[in-house]
Design a binder for this molecule. Structure first.
Ligand SMILES: [Zn+2]
Ligand SMILES: [Zn+2]
Length: 348
């Protein structure tokens, strides 16, 4: 069973998950050539038997699960970092969300690593990056994010859901076929909990920040009817980019159907801009996409503003970053935004 551990000094938490070590790494086994080897890819259409049975899929009515014909498919992670826990459940109420009280004199705390770990297969096609998806495929991927997030909320067990995407070996992906992951946890991670503010300061920081950035313009990459794309003032990585809905929305699972297609276009174009700006990556840019959405606990709706973060993997965090927590970024967000704005006109 995996385990959450908490450090009383720093508040840092980790998940100890030894089962993860057994994961196969297609990138490592066969090098970059596997990008084309669909016969062994567990995420390609026709290879459904190579994954655990599906939890959800967009497929024609009447089409049986775990068969071809789907557009987006969600399966349990075969090598999960966390596990759903015992069906009997030690507590049905909210009590099991908290870490148990300190047991030893240095107050190390630990808890069973319960949670959900799902893989969302973005497309039946063997595609590497979001830029290789069509806009409708990207919209379907986002619709699946919304649906799985809503399902996790309904379970009424989880306090925080992280949806994320690792693209390319340098960004932590072990398989090249475009996919996303969802991890649901029974508590709010410390880095998110720190964002909590009580009255009288309990208004939305992000609403004010986006307004200010739209006025200043220098870090804005793109503005559409409902979304703002910008390089954050404190960018840790070259080309770090964020996508915000213009109106205040705390929960991605409650975002409207009507803006999903626009968001899909904006997200896909953002990736294309990055891939073009980083021309030496020749369309194989490694990056992470992170969906930040409100914790599934009361008290966040006024202060949390969902957004996507895109983090290009152009350099590894190294000794100084690990030692100090400060990132050294060789490209200012002002320069990055300028370069990205120049990006994709007349291109698709
Ligand atoms: Zn594939
Ligand atoms: Zn807001």
């Amino acid at each position: 069973m995996p385990e959450y551990r908490h450090d009383p000094l720093t508040g840092r938490m980790v998940i100890i998950a030894e089962e993860r070590a057994a994961r196969p790494h297609q990138f490592d086994i066969t090098g970059t050539d596997t990008a084309g080897n669909v016969s062994i890819c567990p995420f390609c259409e026709g290879n459904e038997s190579r994954t655990p049975g599906e939890l959800a899929a967009f497929r024609p009515a009447g089409s049986p699960p775990d068969t071809p014909g789907w557009t987006v498919r969600t399966v349990p992670n075969k090598y999960p970092a966390v596990l759903p826990g015992h069906p009997s459940g030690e507590a049905e109420s909210g009590s099991r969300q908290e870490m148990p009280p300190p047991a030893a004199d240095i107050s190390f705390r630990q808890a069973e690593g319960i949670g959900l770990h799902e893989v969302i297969i973005d497309t039946p096609r063997h595609v590497f990056s979001i830029s290789g998806l069509t806009v409708p495929e990207t919209a379907a991927m986002l619709a699946m994010y919304r649906q799985r997030l809503a399902a996790a909320r309904r379970a009424d067990t989880w306090a925080y859901v992280q949806i994320f995407k690792n693209v390319g070996a340098a960004a932590g992906a072990s398989l090249p076929h475009s996919h996303s992951q969802l991890i649901a946890m029974p508590f709010i991670p410390p880095s998110v909990n720190r964002l909590r503010r009580e009255p009288p300061d309990a208004s939305c920081f992000w609403c004010r920040m986006v307004q200010q950035e739209l006025k200043q313009k220098e870090r804005i990459v793109e503005e559409t009817e409902h979304f703002t794309v910008l390089c954050p003032f404190v960018s840790r990585f070259a080309g770090e980019t964020e996508i915000y809905p213009k109106s205040h929305e705390s929960a991605f699972d409650r975002t409207g159907e009507n803006t999903l297609a626009e968001l899909a276009e904006v997200l896909r174009r953002t990736i294309q801009r990055l891939e073009k700006a980083v021309f030496w990556m020749k369309g194989s840019l490694a990056y992470n996409v992170i969906l930040n959405t409100e914790p599934l606990r009361p008290g966040w709706t006024e202060i949390y503003h969902w957004h996507f973060s895109v983090l290009p993997s152009l350099a590894r965090a190294a000794g100084f970053e690990w030692g100090t927590g400060l990132h050294i970024n060789p490209v200012s967000p002002e320069q990055a935004a300028k370069r990205l704005r120049g990006g994709t006109e007349n291109e698709n």
